[in-house]
Design a protein around this ligand. Structure first.
Ligand code: APR
Length: 232
């Protein structure tokens, strides 16, 4: 891990699994028999807003019952102590990275603790259930929806993420199946600019072979070990 200055770390549902949050594509990945692709689309929201809002209400309520695990805590320690550039990009909509203390963080797929006005585009902090028809405090329209990037929508902050990867010396992917683009393609950009690439995951992912190194195991063990190496 010598000669590393700028680091970009991508996280997915696997980093929160040991906190008790279900992953999307594992054996526990169905929600009331729905595939995630069936509830997380603009079409599903238009067809059955009650179902889609309830899906996210349940997930938001669950946050109160879970805590960051050793992997989130190790990344927060890296954020505090790493003297170079660091960006943690999470596909997760939970708040466990920030609750662990990470500051240099982008939620590229949105956040459960935020509501988005479909009429004016304003995002507001939101902790409660969010029934369809909730009124936006900015424009007064009954257009608040979960602030989640649905399949087919553009993830947040792509320019900033791309710029950080293009400057990176090390790109690390943690707990993601590599099934969803554009995040699944970040490793290719990192390789293209000559960054070292490392995957930490419980199982081999769709993109494992693209990485210089893949370590298999639980995030709560692999991430603290990686952070110890980096800060040594
Ligand atoms: N430690 C490390 N990895 C783990 C652990 C663990 N304890 N438990 C599970 N994993 C791994 C699984 O092996 C799997 O490869 O985490 C990965 C989780 O994959 P997915 O469920 O597909 O989650 P993710 O890759 O984050 O999904 C991407 O898909 O549905 C959309 O927008 C949603 O952000 C999500 C995106």
């Amino acid at each position: 891990m010598r000669d590393i200055h700028n680091i970009v770390i991508l996280t997915g549902a696997g980093i929160s699994a040991e906190s008790g949050l279900a992953t999307f594509r594992g054996p526990d990945g169905l929600w009331e028999g729905h595939r995630v692709e069936d509830v997380c689309t603009p079409e599903a929201l238009a067809r059955d807003a009650v179902l889609v809002h309830r899906f996210y209400d349940e997930r938001r309520a669950k946050l109160a019952a879970v805590r960051p695990n050793a992997a989130h805590e190790a990344l927060a320690a890296l954020d505090v102590h790493w003297p170079g550039g660091l960006l943690i990009v999470t596909q997760n909509v939970d708040d466990l990275h920030e609750r662990a203390g990470t500051k240099r963080l982008i939620h590229m797929h949105g956040e459960l603790k935020s509501a988005l006005c479909a009429a004016c585009g304003r995002a507001v902090a939101w902790a409660d259930p969010l029934p369809p028809g909730s009124v936006c405090g900015g424009c007064g329209q009954p257009s608040l929806r979960p602030d989640i990037v649905f399949f087919g929508e553009m993830p947040y902050a792509m320019e900033a993420i791309d710029a950080a990867i293009r400057d990176a010396d090390l790109f690390v992917s943690i707990g993601t199946s590599g099934a969803v683009y554009p995040a699944a393609g970040f490793v290719q950009t990192a390789r293209h600019v000559g960054a070292r690439t490392l995957e930490l995951n419980l199982d081999p992912s769709a993109g494992s072979l693209c990485f210089d190194e893949a370590r298999l195991g639980p995030a709560s063990e692999l991430v603290p070990a990686m952070v110890r190496d980096l800060l040594a």
